[in-house]
Design a protein around this ligand. Structure first.
Ligand SMILES: C[S@@+](CC[C@H](N)C(=O)[O-])C[C@H]1O[C@@H](n2cnc3c(N)ncnc32)[C@H](O)[C@@H]1O
Length: 295
């Protein structure tokens, strides 16, 4: 076994057991990645968060795979399972809703793997934020309107670090995504208003986005609490707000595709746009831009 200081422990011996944390996507079964589905197919044991990952996703699992539902078990139960995987050489697929990097209790599970020198791998997933933007048919970063995204939550039962108070984050006025925060909507709205968002700031609410019973609603910030109440949304919802949601028809364009904006793949002022004989590959560096490649 080798434990790289900057990455997960890697297996020296494939029979030694391992855990694959798989982002299962926001709900729709076809939004799991190919790599995630493959990891699920190969697993001896699957840890399944039933409330956030629908049964259709589990169709990728082997019929004889052992299944542990995570919603009625503790972290300690899951860690015991990891320990058994290590002893018995099992591959565990730990499904996580959306992307495992966001509010996924991943940190403590990874620490457990590290402590027992159990190799693990993370397969990224389509997060609920991406699914929500797709459902809205919008980009969340709009040139000259909002170029930053704040992903956060409101402290209710779980405290927030002192330097991440919602009111202060709201002061930036950019696009904000609020996870796990629909429980006390009036207090939420009060914090956002106190932080500086205008009462008529555009808001979108996504309940179980990409599930068959998906609900996506738009309202103003001062209508948020009433809208959640009217639609009885108390859980499994993402709230997005900020000026990017309002920029519909307005002409805004990114710099990167402007004719006068050069970069390594489309150089300006050069008689030969691409080097000859290299199939059009771009040079490794390009003084025309300090910026990256087009999206
Ligand atoms: C435990 S967190 C998991 C987040 C997940 N890792 C992700 O990347 O989306 C659960 C919260 O994520 C949001 N969420 C997850 N899936 C969602 C979906 N399909 N529709 C709306 N919100 C969702 C909600 O705010 C929910 O309370």
């Amino acid at each position: 076994m080798s434990a790289a200081p900057d990455g997960p422990p890697q297996p020296d011996d494939a029979r030694g057991g391992r855990v694959v944390f798989v982002g299962a996507g926001p709900g729709a079964a076809d939004l799991i990645t190919l790599r995630g589905a493959r990891a699920l197919e190969e697993a001896d044991v699957v840890v399944w968060p039933r409330s956030l990952v629908p049964p259709e996703v589990m169709e990728h699992a082997r019929e004889d795979a052992e299944v542990l539902t995570s919603d009625d078990h503790t972290l300690e139960d899951v860690i015991q399972l990891f320990a058994r995987a290590k002893r018995e050489g099992l591959t565990v697929c730990r499904l996580q809703s959306g992307d495992p990097a966001i509010y996924a209790t991943l940190h403590e599970q990874i620490n457990a793997c590290r402590r027992m020198d159990l190799p693990y791998e993370i397969v990224p997933g389509v997060g609920s934020l991406s699914a929500m933007a797709a459902a809205l048919g919008q980009e969340l970063t709009v040139p000259e309107v909002a170029q930053s995204l704040i992903l956060t939550r409101r402290a209710v039962r779980v405290p927030m670090p002192e330097n991440e108070r919602l009111q202060e984050l709201a002061g930036h006025g950019t696009t904000m995504a609020l996870y796990l925060s629909v429980r006390r909507p009036r207090e939420l709205v009060a914090d956002l208003l106190a932080g500086g968002y205008a009462p008529d700031s555009p808001v979108a609410i996504g309940y179980r986005v990409s599930w068959p019973d998906e609900v996506v609603l738009r309202c103003r910030l001062d209508e948020l609490a009433a809208t959640l109440k009217e639609h009885r949304i108390t859980t499994q919802a993402l709230i997005i707000l900020g000026p990017a949601l309002a920029s519909g028809e307005e002409e805004r364009r990114s710099h990167v595709y402007r004719p006068n904006y050069g970069h390594r793949y489309r150089r300006l002022g050069s008689p030969k746009r691409y080097r000859e004989g290299d199939g059009g590959a771009a040079p490794a560096t390009d003084a025309t831009t300090g910026d990256g490649a087009p999206a």
